[in-house]
Design a protein around this ligand. Structure first.
Ligand code: HEC
Length: 176
């Protein structure tokens, strides 16, 4: 799966200004205009959020996620749909989440703008703000800050520390 994904990155990276060339992989895989002014690290975070590919060249993968009736989810390429599963696929272009239909199923994704994360009820009683460690626990292990398991619709992700930090930085740039 990585070679294909790498190829996607290699093909698209030089084409950033003409991303339309990569359109067949799905509508969620281009970067919206609102991300153009971003600087590193949020810039790479946005890249990961919208395209599932890191500028650092480090691989990202996920397991689990919604059961789409046998569709292949594991490697990022959803079999038969020709589309990558990215954060934006479920949490939307502005990180607001919400309910939407995904391949005939209702997907109820959380609002993951930083403003929502730092006020989530699962933080109750804590003495420190929502931080990168909380974010890592949710993204990698699917556990809320209070230890509760996140719903299975949220895939469990594997990515480098640096990529995770970039993603977190990007979420902090999303308008409240
Ligand atoms: C297939 C859909 C899907 C994809 C793709 C997805 N998520 Fe989620 N995510 C969800 C759902 C659904 C929830 C809510 C789970 C729950 O309510 O228990 C969630 C919850 C979360 C939460 C916890 C928020 C909270 O308030 O509890 C975080 C953080 C998160 N996702 C980050 C990400 C990131 C970062 C990515 C990309 C690397 C991503 N998600 C990709 C579906 C998805």
């Amino acid at each position: 799966m990585y070679p294909t994904r790498f190829l996607f990155g290699a093909l698209c990276a030089p084409l950033l200004t003409t991303l339309a060339a990569c359109q067949p992989v799905g509508q969620h895989n281009s970067m919206p205009a609102s991300t153009q002014g971003l600087e590193t690290p949020a810039k790479n975070g946005a890249r990961i959020y919208f395209t599932g590919v890191s500028e650092r060249g480090t691989p990202l993968s996920h397991t689990g996620g919604p059961d789409l009736g046998g569709a292949m989810m594991g490697g990022g390429m959803m079999g038969g749909y020709g589309q990558w599963l990215t954060c934006a696929s479920c949490h939307g272009p502005q990180g607001r989440g919400g309910k939407h239909l995904m391949h005939m199923r209702v997907m109820d994704a959380a609002d993951i703008r930083y403003a929502a994360l730092r006020t989530m009820p699962e933080l109750k009683g804590r003495q420190r703000p929502y931080d990168l460690a909380d974010f890592r626990q949710q993204v990698e292990q699917g556990r809320h800050p209070d230890g509760e398991e996140v719903k299975a619709d949220m895939p469990r992700w594997t990515m480098s520390e640096a990529d995770l930090a970039d993603l977190f930085a990007f979420l902090k740039t999303l308008p409240e």
